[in-house]
Write a protein that binds this ligand. Structure first.
Ligand code: G3I
Length: 337
């Protein structure tokens, strides 16, 4: 039957997945599945400053584009849109960052990073996650902003600076603010949604070029706090600011679900379907991206392993690249969009 990318495209939508060079280059059936299902590719490591075995920024002076270029070429070869993830993040910064960056050189370093990286791929990037995960309510600031190296070095205008630099370097790319923990009907996530809306409003008021919100959607059904009307309202609030929305990193952690695979897969598929049928009701939502495609390669296996040590099953394909109920659920959500 039709693949996910075809079903998405039929509705004017995008379906994509995050992947890493290390896996695409070593497993032909995985690479084939990524090509068959995805019309968008997100480098999971390669565009970060440093992550896994990918080292875009080996030193303050150097850029190593080997891995990032490989991913960009993979996407181009297979006619896939490419996402840039990510320019400004508190995580995945190199060791040298701590010792070499201070409040006198930080703006210049950020400028050089954005100008060099964004320029290299200008015209080839569908969307850039310009800033990733800037809100953390638990950090205790009244605006809910996460206390990151960037905030401490540059102050609250670091977001505006990053968006302006990116827009000036690649006027074609959709510029995205990306964050997680926006999905559930809990006081914590309600506070985070409010803080994100305020952050977006602030950027709009400042005339800062931002075009979309990225909602990561790392879901965990055990919490069972999904409330469609809360999500719908949030999406409407974002859309009413004139912003597009992308579901950027979807997966479903099965840490606390029963071990039985049929039961587990049915619950996971239901989570995908409930979430996506609500999300795709909102016309501002333009893309659904899962954080991986196959259970063989998923950060959930490291970040949220099961206590019974059974392999996790958070993604649309199983470890042998076979479609699971989650795949059917995503397909149906596109068909019904
Ligand atoms: O594999 C090694 C392991 O052998 C070693 O013991 C361990 C020690 O730190 O490192 C492991 O490598 C890590 C790798 O994940 C394994 O998955 C890298 O250090 C680490 O940088 C890498 O983490 C990535 C993480 O972002 C940080 O960049 C994950 O792959 C990636 O899935 C994750 O993705 C993030 C998004 O970018 C932003 N949103 C949340 C999402 C999930 O955390």
């Amino acid at each position: 039957g039709f693949s996910l990318k075809e079903r998405a495209a039929n509705k004017g939508l995008i379906y994509g997945a995050a992947a890493r060079q290390i896996d695409l280059s070593s497993n032909a059936s995985y690479a084939a599945a990524i090509v068959q299902n995805c019309n968008m590719l997100v480098p999971e490591w390669e565009f970060k400053w440093i992550a896994g075995n990918a080292r875009l920024r080996p030193s303050p002076e150097q850029f190593d584009f080997t891995a990032a270029d490989w991913m960009a070429n993979f996407a181009a070869t297979h006619g896939q849109l490419l996402r840039g993830h990510t320019l400004v993040w508190h995580d995945s910064l190199p060791e040298w960052f701590k010792t070499s960056v201070n409040s006198r050189n930080a703006a210049q370093l950020l400028e050089k990073h954005i100008q060099t990286v964004v320029k290299r791929y200008a015209g080839k990037i569908h969307s850039w996650d310009v800033v990733n995960e800037a809100i953390k309510i638990e950090d205790g600031r009244s605006d809910g902003w996460r206390i990151t190296p960037w905030l401490e070095l540059l102050g609250p205008n670091y977001l505006d600076l990053a968006f302006h630099l990116t827009a000036a370097t690649d006027p074609e790319a959709l510029l995205v603010y990306n964050d997680f923990g926006l999905d559930y009907d809990t006081p914590e996530q309600e506070a985070k949604r409010t803080a994100v809306l305020k952050l977006l409003e602030r950027l709009r008021t400042n005339g800062t070029p931002i075009h979309a919100l990225g909602i990561q959607a790392h879901l965990s059904p055990a919490e069972n706090k999904f409330n469609p009307s809360k999500l719908r309202k949030f999406l409407q609030d974002v859309a009413s600011m004139g912003l597009k929305i992308m579901i950027t990193e979807m997966d479903v952690a099965d840490k606390k679900l029963p071990k039985d695979i049929q039961i587990r897969d049915r619950i996971i598929a239901g989570v995908y379907e409930d979430y996506l049928s609500t999300a795709l009701d909102e016309r501002a939502v333009i893309a659904v991206i899962t954080w991986g495609l196959s259970d063989r390669y998923t950060y959930v296996s490291e970040s949220q392993p099961r206590s019974d040590r059974a392999p996790v099953r958070p993604l649309p394909l199983d470890a042998q690249m076979q479609r699971k109920l989650a795949w059917n659920a995503i397909a149906r959500a596109f068909d019904n969009a």
